[in-house]
Design a protein around this ligand. Structure first.
Ligand SMILES: Cc1cc2nc3c(=O)[nH]c(=O)nc-3n(C[C@H](O)[C@H](O)[C@H](O)COP(=O)(O)OP(=O)(O)OC[C@H]3O[C@@H](n4cnc5c(N)ncnc54)[C@H](O)[C@@H]3O)c2cc1C
Length: 455
């Protein structure tokens, strides 16, 4: 089949590209190929009872399918250039903010109305943080929550399904250049298009790497963030989360000068495991619906690791550490902060006797056998620093789940239109290495669609 535009991947980047194309050029013949399932068929089998940990499904419903990695995410749309990607470096700060606000407007129109927009503007916590050598980053956060995020996606799908051709459970094997346009190769057939938008997200990182090699598109990669997910009673962070919902706090360690940051804060949320290319790591989310909320708050503490020549495989480094935790714990490891500090492993009975009920069934163990000293020292320092602005963070029973790894896709060389070195081949969203968040990925989709539509 010949299409005007083929979009690879139906995550936020791909969805918003399709949406915006149809807003401006409804006559275009557009197809979206998605490796994962349709939204209603996405289901992670982990139920905490029969299936306690990741069974490595062929297509991971947490990471793949309509809605992408974003579908069961907490739906925190951070409207900021301070974190979540470097889209602004390509398209300019003003345009990036405009597009993120535009995406916010669509989310509201498609089911997100009534959700809260939190902001750091004018908060007293900025001063309190600085007084304790911590730095609160600026942002506005629209919290849709996992439940409302799902409804917005459902509505967007219903809006698009008769305008755009969606193919689910249809992984694209590769993309080839033709004299005019591109050939998109599936298992048993091929399709051609004039313009191709690649939006394969984090789960598509290895695929992206291979396709860039095949097409000789330049890439670079040198960063990975490694750490743990912290879970504690919601009261400890209430004063911050009630006002800001998500606080992005950065600390620079005294000894190594490494940056440690809080990431993906989920008030009254749940810790979950995720499977990226067979490696099980930890993540978290929360619901807007009070009935689904828990008594715990979770967030990640990540140490940024930048490598210099000659080492190039930063993701490989992160993967090796995650594999080590999988080897020792069969999946995610959980340890009480008190046990970590005492240099002993957590055991099932120590976890059971503690005052916090874990929201993820993980293997009690010893994170000091997994994380390099430099990273572990950074995390411990940060926990003590946070204890000054949120007393209770460094309590004995605070749970640390490991490991959380934030893999950065290698950065693909694109121009200000997010067009690769080849005309009409666009690389957007997390797959491009430029965005790492819902709002930046969605905005990148809108940006490219407008370029293609000529508006
Ligand atoms: C549990 C969890 C919670 C999160 N919470 C938040 C949050 O609260 N706020 C936030 O800003 N970010 C959050 N994130 C990150 C956010 O989900 C991503 O930044 C965002 O989804 C990126 O969008 P994308 O479209 O670039 O890629 P993705 O959402 O990853 O979508 C890419 C899609 O492409 C498909 N694909 C890959 N390869 C192929 C192929 N070869 N052929 C066909 N299809 C393919 C995949 O199946 C996938 O569906 C979370 C992530 C996870 C996993």
């Amino acid at each position: 089949m010949k299409y005007d535009v083929i979009i690879i991947g139906a995550g936020p980047g791909g969805i918003f590209a399709a949406y915006e194309l149809m807003e401006h050029r409804p006559e275009l013949k557009v197809a979206v190929f998605e490796a994962g399932h349709p939204l209603e068929k996405r289901h992670c089998p982990i139920d905490g009872e029969k299936v306690k940990s990741c069974i490595s499904c062929k297509s991971c419903s947490i990471m793949s399918g309509f809605g992408g990695a974003g579908a069961f995410s907490d739906g925190k749309y951070n409207i900021t250039n301070d974190f979540g990607g470097t889209l602004h470096e390509y398209i300019g700060k003003k345009r990036a903010m405009e597009l993120m606000h535009y995406v916010d407007g669509i989310n509201l129109a498609f089911g997100g109305e009534g959700t809260k927009l939190y902001t750091t503007a004018g908060t007293k916590f900025k001063t309190i943080c600085i007084q304790n050598d911590l730095h609160l980053l600026d942002a506005s956060v629209r919290h849709l929550g996992t439940d409302i995020n799902y409804i917005v996606l459902q509505n967007l799908y219903n809006h698009l399904k008769d305008k755009v051709e969606f193919f689910f459970d249809t992984p694209v094997e590769t993309v080839k250049r033709l004299e005019e346009g591109y050939e998109v190769v599936l298992k048993n057939e091929t399709h051609t298009c004039d313009k191709c938008i690649v939006s394969v997200g984090r789960i598509g990182s290895k695929w992206m790497e291979r396709v860039c090699k095949e097409l000789e598109i330049p890439t670079k990669s040198n960063r990975v963030d490694i750490g743990v997910r912290v879970e504690l009673p919601a009261q400890v962070f209430n004063h911050l989360t009630d006002e800001l919902y998500e606080s992005k706090i950065v600390y620079r360690t005294e000894k190594y000068g490494d940056r440690v940051r809080t990431f993906c804060m989920n008030p009254k949320g749940a810790v979950v495991s995720e499977n990226t290319n067979g490696i099980i790591t930890v993540n978290g989310h929360s619901y807007e619906d009070p009935a689904k909320q828990t008594e715990n708050t979770n967030f990640a503490l990540l140490v940024a690791k930048h490598f210099s020549e000659p080492f190039k495989d930063s993701n490989g480094y992160g993967e090796s550490i995650a594999r080590l935790s999988n080897m020792l714990g069969g999946g995610v490891i959980v340890q009480r902060f008190g046990d970590l500090i005492r240099g002993r492993r957590s055991t099932p009975s120590r976890i059971e006797e503690s005052f916090i009920t874990p929201t993820l069934s993980a293997t009690p163990g010893d994170l000091s056998l997994v994380l390099p000293k430099r990273i572990l020292d950074g995390i411990i320092d940060m926990i003590y620093a946070l204890d000054k602005v949120a007393p209770g963070t460094a309590n004995e029973d605070t749970l640390l789940y490991g490991v959380e790894v934030k893999f950065y896709n290698m950065e693909v060389e694109v121009d200000e239109n997010l067009q690769s070195i080849y005309k009409d081949l666009y690389i957007i969203g997390d797959g491009s290495g430029i965005t790492h968040s819902l709002s930046h990925a969605s905005a990148s989709g809108v940006h490219v669609a407008r370029k293609i539509a000529g508006v």
